[in-house]
Design a protein around this ligand. Structure first.
Ligand SMILES: NC(=O)c1ccc[n+]([C@@H]2O[C@H](COP(=O)([O-])OP(=O)(O)OC[C@H]3O[C@@H](n4cnc5c(N)ncnc54)[C@H](OP(=O)(O)O)[C@@H]3O)[C@@H](O)[C@H]2O)c1
Length: 246
């Protein structure tokens, strides 16, 4: 099955976790892939090597989501090397959980820069290289819609901001047949939220199906959203969270 032959994908934060699974899955569907990372150069190289070992093509570019110029430069470089950007996946994110009294303005700025401002920058940069029928897929969180415990005001705000951006983009870009959608993962087994972490049993207690997601669960939905069957799906939210928000 090669749904994405001839397509080029740009995935932010593709060195680990959900982003790495997305990069590998879309490459397996035939797409050429560019990923960004901030620190984990070795992990990013491993993702590229895994894709190349399967006969695909991938590049890794360092771009801190806090650095507007670096994001634009990485998008431009990916388009220069791979020819265009058909599919942008806004995945990179940080998770700063603390009671409101412990959240400083510096923490606010960091989370909003990485989780929200960088998405705005990446979208504007990618659109310069995106042909008709392109895709913008953003990773939100089920915590954008439901907050079961204290401590999430900043993170949840950053992820719910992406819902509004997605709805607006769907309206802005429909005349180019470019779709914009958002996926809300729930507890997913990554470095950010390991399935054997301190809070994992408490999270399992909220689930209808008491299993953590694997990064590949979200990657599978993205493969469909990026493919031809989803050409009229836009402005939509999808939740992949074992029923936490049910
Ligand atoms: N895991 C969950 O339970 C869960 C649930 C809901 C939503 N999400 C969302 O899913 C997305 C991916 O999460 P994950 O669990 O895969 O996280 P992760 O395992 O911590 O991986 C984060 C990825 O983002 C990159 N990144 C972090 N800060 C960055 C920055 N300043 N600039 C550019 N890249 C940066 C990392 O690069 P380096 O490797 O170079 O550090 C890495 O590739 C995030 O948006 C997160 O909020 C996760």
């Amino acid at each position: 099955m090669q749904n994405l032959s001839g397509k080029v994908v740009f995935v932010t934060g593709g060195s680990r976790g959900i982003g790495a699974a997305i990069a590998k899955r879309l490459a397996a569907e035939g797409a050429q892939v560019a990923i960004t990372y901030v620190n984990a150069v070795q992990k990013a190289d491993e993702v590229v090597s895994a894709i190349e070992a399967n006969g695909g093509r991938a590049i890794a570019l360092q771009a801190d989501n806090q650095d507007e110029a670096a994001i634009s430069a990485a998008v431009d470089e990916a388009a220069r090397v791979l020819g265009k950007i058909d599919i942008l996946v806004n995945n990179a994110g940080v998770f700063d959980v603390a009671p409101i009294n412990d959240l400083t303005i510096d923490k606010f700025d960091r989370t909003m820069d990485i989780n929200v401002r960088a998405v705005f920058v990446a979208v504007k940069s990618a659109l310069l290289h995106m042909p008709e029928g392109g895709r913008i897929i953003t990773i939100g969180s089920n915590l954008a819609k439901h907050v079961p415990w204290p401590g999430f005001s900043l993170y949840s705000m950053s992820k719910s901001a992406l819902i509004g951006m997605t709805l607006g983009l769907a309206r802005d870009l429909g005349d180019r047949s470019i779709t914009a959608n958002i996926i809300h993962p729930g507890p997913t087994n990554t470095d950010m939220n390991p399935a054997d972490g301190q809070m994992s049993d408490a999270q399992r207690g909220l689930m209808a199906i008491p299993h953590y997601s694997q990064p590949e669960d979200t990657a599978g939905l993205i493969a469909w959203l990026a493919g031809p069957e989803a050409r009229v799906v836009t402005g939509a939210e999808f939740t992949v969270d074992s029923g936490v928000n049910a």
